[in-house]
Ligand binder design. Structure first.
Ligand code: ATP
Ligand code: MG
Length: 604
């Protein structure tokens, strides 16, 4: 390809909303352009790299025996009503209507579509297992799209869905996808850490996220240096620790009844600790949360008896409810864990007016004792607390000598704390450290969530209808591409891996004219005939401009052809500082071997 025939336009400066390197470099190198908030379009040079990422994903999945399909991106809302997710998906799902007034969905994910497509025509156990995938457009109305294609609103995802007759077969499908993922990321030149996305209950094997370490990562990883435990902070658990008093001894039960004390002008837990001459671990912090679409059964909770409850096929949910969450004073509530425990689509701190209504006091005096307006959810950290201090449900009032279990009974006790570096590993007791990461892929055992609600069955060997179980597997294609740049760049630009470069080689003549033009054309023909992807910069630009562009776009190999050096040419790897002079006659063979050896290393 010649530059003059290819739409390349680089920018000197990056736009002000581009704050991370990959976003800046994708904009500056002309790979992408912005059409709207969270809406990035690929220009020819960017699309070449994107397609290479897709190709590697496709090759590995095809090799693993997965079947590619292409469902539509626009899907009938009916399917989502069948699965029960029409109401629970939240505001990220874009729901347009067609001209007939029918509800539609712009696919944010595709469990429903694949389940519906596989349901048709599935009759016998002999057809299973099936693992099907697509590499297709997704739309999520992200509240805060950012970092360019790392978190866009429209993006491309590879999503695969497995349908298996039994758990053993699902385990095999899952392992097959996990193995394919490892090969994909290796070929792309990315080091991924696989972290448990759920822990405990399923032995850690039910869900894994594939993360790349990144300073600008949206995720925090909690890691154990000893046993290799790795979890997203959203899900991480730690070894329970015993609540201690101000002298560092385990808290002791008290026989004293709880007692009201005036606490005027104390605002924070630290103020309160100073005021009462005790430590923050002696406080039960109580937070009122608004919960959206929870499907835990609250029918036995007095204050929830009249709560609006929606029946949705076999499922039910409460569109809006409130809970009082108690946790030891030195800890924080992990909203992702709380959301999961409440089987909700969203949790958020309640607005002031709701706090006032529920606690019958201004903000700051919530507590579990005598709490009648919301069910009390206790973090496990409260279980070892004694003789505690809590808010008194009255302005400027706290209770002391509170005994959990005696003075209040939680509706539910669950692990909802934020795990931080310094907490101890639940597996081996070693101290955790943490790193920032970005999620590139996810694998997940779904069970019968969709096949059951959408009535999928097959006939087993005895002719009995059975519900198959599913797994789902996703890789963000654009985010993966951006992560390659995030991990491979310098001050001058991108340093492409050989497997994803838009072109593997750039030939840059000092001037595309005379003997230099002849040499360029000869090398170009030789390389392309050997299957190497070459960009020949034939533009009538100053050499400095062409060099800067080559560095910015990041072709792995650059060949400079100048009349002063001929019959030698200058070959330089983007990843190395120094160039070497090679006779033109030998350059072709040398470059072919550089490219192929590097590809072989990545593909090995
Ligand atoms: P996140 O926590 O980053 O929002 P998610 O848990 O919503 O991710 P999944 O539903 O598991 O993501 O989607 C699978 C993959 O799709 C993710 O691992 C990620 O690589 C990609 N992805 C998800 N949301 C976006 C987005 N807004 N922009 C680009 N890629 C995305
Ligand atoms: Mg998301």
């Amino acid at each position: 390809m010649k530059s003059s025939q290819f739409l390349i336009s680089t920018l000197r400066d990056s736009p002000s909303d581009a704050v991370i390197s990959s976003h800046q470099l994708m904009m500056r190198s002309g790979m992408i352009r912005k059409l709207g908030n969270g809406l990035y379009s690929y220009m020819p040079i960017g699309l070449r790299s994107l397609r290479k990422v897709e190709k590697i994903i496709r090759e590995e999945l095809d090799n693993a025996g997965l079947l590619e399909m292409k469902p539509t991106v626009i899907q009938p809302g009916e399917l989502w009503k069948e699965s029960g997710r029409w109401n629970t998906m939240g505001a990220e799902m874009l729901k347009p209507q067609n001209r007939g007034g029918q509800d539609m969905v712009v696919s944010p994910t595709a469990e429903e579509a694949f389940t519906a497509l596989i349901r048709e025509g599935l009759s016998s156990y002999k057809q299973l297992p099936i693992i099907a995938y697509q590499i297709n457009t997704k739309y999520r109305d992200e509240i805060r799209p950012r970092y360019g294609v790392m978190r866009g609103r429209e993006f491309i995802m590879m999503d695969a869905y497995s349908f298996d007759a039994d758990q053993k077969s699902l385990d095999e499908s899952y392992d097959k996808c996990a193995k394919a993922y490892r090969r994909i990321f290796k070929r792309l030149g990315l080091n991924t850490i696989s972290v448990k996305a759920d822990t405990g209950a399923m032995g850690g094997s039910g869900s894994e996220e594939f993360m790349v370490e990144s300073e600008v990562g949206d995720d925090t990883l909690i890691l154990c240096p000893k046993c290799g435990y790795a979890a997203n902070v959203e899900k991480a658990t730690c070894k329970p620790d015993v609540a201690v008093d101000k002298d560092g001894n385990p808290q002791k039960p008290t026989d004293k009844p709880y007692e009201k004390i005036p606490t005027p002008d104390v605002k924070t837990i630290d103020d309160l600790a100073a005021f009462l001459k005790t430590n923050t671990q002696s406080f039960i912090k109580t937070l009122i949360y608004k919960v959206t679409n929870s499907s835990i059964d609250l029918s036995k909770v007095e204050c929830c008896k009249n709560l609006k409850r929606v029946q949705d096929g076999d499922n039910f949910y409460y569109p809006e409810s409130f809970v009082a969450v108690c946790i030891r004073g030195d800890l924080d509530v992990n909203e992702a864990k709380l959301c999961a425990k409440l089987k909700a689509s969203e949790v958020e701190l309640a607005a002031e007016e709701d706090v006032v209504r529920i606690t019958t006091a201004p903000v700051g005096f919530a507590g579990p004792v005598k709490m009648v307006n919301a069910p009390v959810i206790c973090d496990e950290s409260v279980s070892t607390m004694h003789d505690a201090v809590t808010g008194g449900l009255e302005k400027d009032v706290h209770f002391i000598h509170v005994e959990p279990g005696r003075d209040f009974t939680p509706f539910m006790t669950a692990d909802v704390r934020v795990v931080v570096p310094g907490d101890k590993c639940p597996e081996c007791g070693e101290t955790f450290y943490s790193k920032k990461g970005n999620e590139l892929g996810h694998i997940f055992k779904l069970g019968d969530k969709y096949t059951k609600s959408m009535h999928v069955t097959y006939l087993d060997q005895s002719g009995k209808p059975v519900t198959p179980i599913m797994g789902c597997y996703g890789i963000g294609v654009d985010r993966t591409l951006a992560s390659i740049i995030e991990g491979h760049h310098d001050d001058s630009g991108i340093i492409w891996t050989m497997s994803t470069a838009p072109f593997q080689v750039a030939i840059v003549p000092i001037k595309y004219d005379g003997v230099m033009k002849e040499a360029c054309d000869k090398l170009y023909d030789e390389l392309t005939s050997k299957g190497i992807e070459v960009l020949l910069d034939d533009r009538n630009e100053r050499p400095g401009v062409k060099f800067a562009d080559a560095d910015l776009i990041g072709y792995p190999v650059r060949v400079v052809i100048g009349d002063k050096n001929l019959p030698n040419v200058e070959v330089k790897l983007r990843s190395e500082k120094d160039a070497s002079l090679i006779p033109l006659e030998e350059a072709g063979a040398k470059i072919v071997s550089i490219v192929n050896e590097e590809l072989a290393r990545l593909n090995g």
